[in-house]
Write a protein that binds this ligand. Structure first.
Ligand SMILES: [Fe+2]
Length: 284
């Protein structure tokens, strides 16, 4: 079971203790938005979910290489936070954008174009975003600004954070998971943001959190997090992503080792905070 004991110590400073407890602005409640950004497909297809790449090109490159050996994957969806923390924002953004992957906006993506959001970030995360903004031209910043907050594919909801607060809420604890599960009806919701892979669902009237390498059975309603490509926080430093097979009703968690020294070196050479490099070795 994922708990709130530090997994969620991300860029935003929680105002009331736990990382999932940042007060919700009324304007960000579940029913405030529209399902925009890309169209719904009738036929659900085998889909790779990547989230929280965070400008870590060596990690993304390793995941792409792994994906290259999986010809059965028909589409890739990116659940947000393409940039932030890492030292390769241009390369990561250009790849995601150039591939045409449906992509949601994450809190770090939004902080690049909204100073108020940047104001919530802790010092390390904020300095990485300020540096990122300097690396990106107007067109790239415009692409980040225009990413949708919510969408759907194959009947499933897609957000970065949570169904009720699509960019900012962390689903880490059972209480937050249950409240959000009640909003998805009989659907699946794919999300990221916590950097902790796993599936929240109700089993025999209890809330369960499943995570295992390999394929696990998916039964809606469920909240499915593929983990983070570029900065995992579940204690395993390998890049994390997942494959949804809607036909067989499974989700496969995959972990991919990558050249962490290269990613760490790039962070140091860019003059970004050393802690952002060091944490990559601990998966925290
Ligand atoms: Fe993130």
């Amino acid at each position: 079971m994922a708990t709130a004991d530090g997994h969620g110590t991300d860029s935003t400073v929680p105002a009331r203790g736990g990382p999932g407890e940042r007060p919700l602005a009324p304007s960000r409640k579940f029913n405030s938005g529209h399902w925009v950004g890309f169209s719904t497909r009738e036929r659900p297809v085998r889909t790779a979910f990547l989230s929280d790449i965070h400008s870590n090109w060596p990690a993304l490159e390793a995941v792409l290489e792994d994906l290259g050996g999986l010809p059965e994957v028909e589409q890739v969806i990116c659940l947000g936070d393409v940039v932030g923390y890492g030292a390769d924002p241009v390369r990561c953004l250009d790849h995601v954008r150039g591939s045409g992957w449906p992509t949601l906006v994450g809190n770090h993506d939004r902080a690049c174009t909204d100073a108020a959001v940047l104001g919530w970030f802790n010092a390390d995360a904020a300095s990485a975003i300020r540096w990122t903004i300097e690396q990106l031209d107007g067109e790239r910043l415009g692409w980040l600004r225009d990413l949708p907050e919510r969408s759907e594919r194959g009947g499933a909801l897609l957000v970065h954070g949570s169904p009720r607060d699509p960019i900012y809420e962390y689903i880490l604890d059972p209480y937050t998971a249950l409240e959000n599960l009640q909003l998805v009806g009989e659907r699946l919701c794919f999300h990221g943001h916590t950097h902790v892979p796993g599936v929240f669902h109700v089993e025999q009237e209890d809330l369960a959190h499943d995570y295992d390498l390999g394929a696990i059975e998916l039964r809606a309603p469920a909240l499915v997090n593929p983990g983070s490509v570029g900065q995992p926080r579940d204690g395993d430093p390998d890049a994390s992503y997942g494959l949804w097979d809607p036909e067989h009703g499974t989700f496969e968690f995959r972990r991919i080792p990558y050249d962490r020294d290269r990613a760490k070196r790039a962070i140091i050479e860019a003059g970004l905070p050393g802690r952002l490099a060091a944490r990559l070795d601990f998966g925290r």
